[in-house]
Design a protein around this ligand. Sequence first.
Ligand code: SF4
Ligand code: SF4
Length: 170
Amino acid sequence: MEITTDLLTLASAIVPYADERLSQFFKIPLNDDGFFVEKHAKLGPCEFATDGVFLCGLAHYPKSIDEAVSQGKAAASRAITLLAQENIFTNGEVASVDPQMCSSCGVCVSICPYSAPGFIAEDARMFAGRATINPALCKGCGLCVASCRSGAIHLNGFDNNQIFAMLDAI
Ligand code: SF4
Ligand code: SF4
């Protein structure tokens, strides 16, 4: 096939770094090609579902310099809206761990899509190595509550006794 052109432009290949370690550390998704995936193409194009982690440039997908710069400015603006607040009010429907019930299995840490659970530092005197949940990161999805085999996690507003009370009231 022959094509007559006025101008022929070749783009160099862009190979993503596909940083699995970073992806797992921040719980931020990579697509099949190895680029990071934004929270929402229209409603969150420069951030992730994990609060406080932002996205711009070629880590996202191959793009022009203009687009990368615009996205970088947008990501910086999103970060500033968080950093500029003296107090951040969050949802009260968050999960918490009863450390006496926790068996330190780590399921909640691995399953939470928002990186809210973690382990209490080893140098803490009591309950070292047990799970704890950062209420500022928790979205109250309930995934960890359903996954904890020790029944150690409770979700504000949706604890067993509260659900049974609702059922009894019907
Ligand atoms: S899933 Fe339950 S038992 Fe396992 S670490 Fe989390 S709170 Fe502890
Ligand atoms: S309720 Fe959902 S968001 Fe909150 S810690 Fe559990 S899995 Fe994470």
